[in-house]
Write a protein that binds this ligand. Structure first.
Ligand SMILES: *Cc1c(COP(=O)(O)O)cnc(C)c1O
Length: 394
């Protein structure tokens, strides 16, 4: 009787022990609660939900999507190791792979988002293959099954950034052979543009026997000591315990609250995005429309295979004069976020991709005319009417 229906927030930095033995045992085994950088009941409850939604064995929640990316990569790579990644990536991930990881001696090859290009880039020291489930803004769909096969042949793991896959609602990459799912919880999980967060989830089983990070040290190796939990243990130890990128309990509460309506929102947003994509494609004053749910998208077949519930809430289209079009919008808002309940648009050429070299911008599907849209929960007709009046005025 009288229990909270929702999610209690444990605003605590440390947890009290009853006896010295209890405290000592906790410091040796790290199984329960001691200090909140390592674990907090609110964060732990959220982690359990994410594991369930992704079909994973364990999850560590961290402070942002960027923190999740760093945790996932450092969990399997050390100095001298190599990552192969599809180049159609979130800008922060490109920056991490090109600028931050080289500081630690980890290098990356960014290649075309196809099995052939990924295979050709694999090296003897490649420990990880990386791709986004649905990339933005181009809407490339990762061929997870093929990427997993290529990675596993070489003793490497496959990590998928499932931010646009919506915490397993549109796709569960672990079920198609991925070993790790990293994601930003800031986008569809939180869902209201009110919180930053990230998570890393591991699959039920992965082959770590060819990676020295886990095998070096014989009897004392991470693999020998931690067994099947080795990868999950290393991710929590790195992301939370050592690097301190822990998710705050108040943030965990907001993300958990967002997840309550995740399915409702993404179902609606995906359906609206498809409706808008079809309408825009037929509109005489709108240029090229890119959405994997449309038959002319190069990854349409992959989208049918991996994203049967919907192809996500992000699409791009071209208008002749973005500078005249964007300020005329009244319902759609100009903001650099994704996954909000409100429909958001940006002009990638001058904002999200402003510092990317021009040739790379075109390669990412970004031209001076491109508008990126993250579709919210508004009525399709209201969004159409707003775009119509803005195009007419521009
Ligand atoms: C936003 C985003 C990230 C980074 O997440 P933050 O929470 O902003 O740090 C990573 N990957 C993708 C695909 C994203 O859209």
């Amino acid at each position: 009787m009288g229990q909270t229906i929702g999610f209690p927030i444990h605003a605590a930095a440390a947890f009290q022990f009853d006896t010295l033995e209890e405290a000592q045992s906790e410091f040796v085994h790290n199984t329960g609660l001691s200090y909140a950088r390592l674990q907090n009941p609110t964060v732990k409850a959220l982690e359990g939900r994410i594991s369930a939604l992704e079909g994973g064995a364990a999850t560590v929640a961290v402070a942002s999507g960027q923190a999740a990316t760093l945790t996932a990569i450092l969990s399997v790579c050390r100095a001298g190791d190599h990552v192969v990644s599809a180049s159609s990536l979130f800008g922060g991930t490109t920056g991490m792979l090109s600028n931050i990881l080289p500081l630690m001696g980890i290098t990356a090859s960014l290649v075309e988002n196809t099995p052939g290009a990924i295979r050709a880039a694999m090296q003897g020291n490649t420990r990880l293959v990386w791709a986004e489930m649905i990339s933005n803004p181009a809407g490339d769909v990762a061929d997870i099954g093929s990427f997993a096969e290529i990675a596993h042949e070489r003793g490497a793991l496959l990590a998928i950034d499932n931010t646009c896959g919506g915490v397993g609602f549109l796709c569960r990459p672990l079920e198609h052979g991925a070993d790790i799912v990293a994601q930003s919880l800031t986008k569809w999980a939180g869902g209201h543009g009110s919180v930053l967060g990230g998570s890393v989830t591991v699959g039920q089983r992965q082959d770590l026997s060819r990676n020295p990070v886990f095998t070096d040290g014989g009897e004392n190796s991470v693999l020998a000591q931690r067994g099947e939990a080795a990868l999950a243990w290393r991710q929590r130890w790195l992301g939370a315990h050592q690097l301190g990128m822990t998710l705050a309990p108040h943030s965990a509460f907001l993300v958990a609250q967002g997840i309550e309506t995740l399915a409702l929102r993404l179902e609606r947003e995906s359906a609206t995005a498809l409706g808008l994509a079809r309408w825009l494609a037929a509109h005489p004053r709108i240029g090229k429309v890119s959405y994997a749910g449309l038959p002319d998208h190069p990854h349409h077949a992959l989208a049918q295979k991996y994203l049967p519930r919907g192809q996500g809430a992000v699409l791009t289209f071209e208008v002749d004069d973005p500078a005249a079009f964007l300020p005329r919008l009244r319902v759609l808002r100009i903001a650099p976020n994704l996954g909000d309940v409100r429909t958001l648009v940006v002009h990638p050429w001058t904002t999200t991709h402003g510092r990317v070299p021009e040739a790379a911008r075109y390669a990412a599907g970004v031209t001076p005319k491109t508008i990126r849209m993250s579709v919210g929960v508004e009525a399709l007709a209201d969004l159409q009417a707003d775009i119509e009046q803005a195009v007419a005025g521009a």
